[in-house]
Design a protein around this ligand. Structure first.
Ligand code: PMP
Length: 403
């Protein structure tokens, strides 16, 4: 019998305990279905061994599962080759990798990197650090009042010194889904490479790197039902081949001499040391789980939840919602008049709702919005309309308790 996505929460042990709790902090991390937990236990129980060069059956099995996981990721995001998939510890790690090796290879003093004002610190600070080392100038696409990027200003930012543009696919504060494909095409017309921070898009919609034509794409496993400490950097093969290694150590080398080393082929050149083997296997299990629902269905379900959430917040006059983009995902950051967002969010916890309060790792955006701290609700496909309604009902009477 075909199961309904409306009942998907029953696959998650954390939702089946005694404590009724409504989890709406999915932009920070998502919950894990039983089969992801099982894949970790199965790996550690049956073939735990280090990958590569093992002349024993557990090592061979461990390597097979790890490399199968790489292929699963490649197919999931439409990469042309598994060599384009580098396992990392998360989106932050992926962007630090890309920023470090890209700047080392391509950035000369006075070169320019374009970012946006809505970036998570993970797609800003690595460029500040590496740009500073290389002497790069950072420029920013402004965010308009409605939460969309000002592409007219972008037209004025390009110069012959522009080397790279890095942008978030979906804002973790405003929910804005940026027109990444269009921006990538604009960049490529000028010979500029593009990195897409897909931390908030890959878990929620079908993302195809071939269709986007991005040069790099970064995301985290834990935001898509996978284990913490897992992530991916996708890079176009010819670009990755042209880049220097990131960290030194075992597996990233072909030969080592006392005075120099030769690098391994892709993707190993970028994976020094023992990787998070179980994590990659767990991430592949998470991807298979998401695919069992279908990314289109997941996106559709989240659109229904988001619509109810946004309309509900709009109907509550004490609340201000940040972000009015036409294309948006299931994230809603808001404030309540006269109430600090920490107080409101703590109150919500006491009423059985997990939301997040603060600047959401996007300090410059928070300053621009003139809202240094907001309360953020973020949905995933396992949330239900009843949960959203329940949150809205609680928000409606919150003032009576908080103030
Ligand atoms: N980019 C965006 C847009 C995010 O929302 C996040 C996580 N909140 C990150 C990057 C960083 O992800 P991680 O902490 O998993 O490395």
């Amino acid at each position: 019998m075909k199961r309904s996505i409306l009942q998907s929460a029953s696959d998650f042990p954390i939702f089946n305990g005694n404590e009724p709790y409504i989890y709406l902090d999915n932009a920070a991390t998502t919950q894990k279905p039983q089969l992801v937990l099982d894949s970790l236990i199965d790996y550690y129980s049956h073939c735990n061994a280090n990958v590569y060069r093992a002349i024993h059956r557990w090592g061979e099995e461990s390597t097979r599962r790890y490399e199968d996981a790489r292929q699963t990721v490649a197919s999931f995001i439409g990469a042309a080759s598994r060599d384009e998939i580098i396992f990392t510890s998360g989106c932050t790690d992926s962007i630090n990798l890309a920023a470090t090796v890209f700047c080392r290879r391509f950035i000369k003093p006075g070169d320019e990197i374009i970012l946006t004002e809505m970036e998570h610190h993970s797609n800003l600070v690595p460029w500040q650090i590496q740009g500073d080392i290389g002497g790069a100038v950072l420029k920013f696409i402004p965010v308009k009042e409605d939460g969309e990027l000002d592409l007219e200003v972008l037209e004025t930012l390009w110069t012959p010194r522009t080397k790279l543009l890095a942008l978030t696919h979906m804002s973790n504060v405003l929910g804005t889904v940026n027109p990444a494909k269009k921006i990538i095409a604009m960049a490529h017309e000028r010979g500029v490479k593009v990195l897409v921070d897909a931390a908030q898009s890959v878990p929620h919609m079908k993302v195809d790197v071939g269709e986007l034509d991005c040069d790099f794409l970064a995301f985290s496993g834990h935001k898509m039902c996978g284990p913490t400490g897992t992530g991916v950097l996708y890079g176009k093969k010819e670009l990755l081949e042209d880049l220097p290694p990131y960290r030194g150590g075992g597996e990233m080398i072909r030969s080592v001499y006392l005075d120099h080393s030769e690098w391994n082929s892709l993707p190993y050149k970028f994976e020094a040391g023992t990787p998070h083997i179980a994590g990659a296997i767990g991430l592949a299990a998470a991807i298979r789980y998401l695919e069992s629902w279908g990314m289109e269905k997941i996106e559709e379900q989240e659109k229904v939840l988001t619509k109810r959430l946004i309309e509900g917040l709009d109907s509550l006059k004490e609340y201000t919602l940040f972000g009015r983009a036409r294309e948006r995902g299931g994230i809603a950051a808001f404030t309540r008049k006269g109430t600090h967002s920490h107080d409101l969010t703590q109150y919500l916890d006491s009423q059985g709702f997990a939301l997040r309060a603060g600047h959401h790792c996007a300090h410059p955006l928070a300053r621009k919005l003139n809202a240094l701290s907001t309360t953020r609700a973020s949905v995933y496909f396992y949330n239900t309309l009843e949960e959203i309604d329940s949150l809205l009902e609680t928000l409606a009477i919150a003032g009576d308790f908080v103030l």
